[in-house]
Design a protein around this ligand. Structure first.
Ligand SMILES: Nc1nc2c(ncn2[C@@H]2O[C@H](COP(=O)(O)OP(=O)(O)O)[C@@H](O)[C@H]2O)c(=O)[nH]1
Ligand SMILES: [Mg+2]
Length: 197
């Protein structure tokens, strides 16, 4: 992913669809509704509206799979924690995310997005534990960094580190879809992981 030559939405998986089966490496993005997943994917891929961003949180209840350069897949997992979703629906989506983490053979890294302005929620803690339990080392992306001063960023970084019980070897990256801060660091992680492909 040195240069984004092509990027397209290749697959949309609903609640009862089959999950993606790939040999090319996958990188997945998880996080609460409205945390900025679609904006991050657009920023990484230098596309304005490839991943649909919305003012209406809770709408993207699918796993969206983007093929990049015919070499890598970025996987946008359904947002969780949306208050207006019924408990039953939430449980179904949780199971789908968990099933994806457990069964994907091509999955290399799971990025967990949290809003840098807020303390992580119980759902975020559940998510990071699923990531760890399925054998991945979570990379935490703290979104909307542009909304905080440098001082506030430093403070929230330690709040988030503590709330998610960040362990040795786990990374926290501040990111902004507005300033693109953190973009290169995320792309570099993907590149490093992809070496040898
Ligand atoms: N200021 C700022 N706003 C952001 C950023 N990322 C996302 N947003 C806004 O947050 C809202 C939700 O973003 P979206 O990407 O749709 O979140 P998703 O539900 O996680 O896919 C939208 O109004 C975005 O414009 C960011 O880095 N900075
Ligand atoms: Mg989205």
């Amino acid at each position: 992913m040195n240069k984004i030559k092509s990027a397209e939405l290749e697959q949309v998986c609903g609640i009862s669809s089959a999950l993606p089966v790939h040999t090319l490496p996958e990188y997945a993005f998880a996080g609460r509704s409205n945390v900025g997943k679609s904006s991050l994917i657009n920023a990484l891929l230098e596309r304005k509206r490839l991943a649909r961003t919305s003012q209406d949180p809770g709408k993207t209840q699918t796993i969206n799979v983007y093929n990049v350069n015919k070499a890598v897949y970025l996987v946008d997992l359904p947002g969780y924690g949306y208050a207006r979703t019924s408990r039953e629906t939430r449980a179904k989506w949780g199971k789908m995310i968990e099933r994806y983490l457990r069964t994907s053979e091509a999955l290399r890294t799971v990025f967990l997005l949290v809003d840098m302005r807020h303390e992580p929620t119980a759902d975020d803690r559940t998510m990071i534990d699923w990531i760890r339990e399925t054998g991945y080392t979570p990379v935490v992306i703290m979104t909307k960094a542009d909304k905080l001063s440098k001082n506030e960023q430093a403070k929230m970084k330690s709040v988030i580190r503590k709330a998610l019980s960040i362990r040795e070897g786990e990374t926290l990256i501040p990111f902004s879809a507005v300033t693109k801060a953190g973009r290169e660091e995320i792309l570099e992680l993907i590149r490093e992981n992809n070496e040898g492909e």
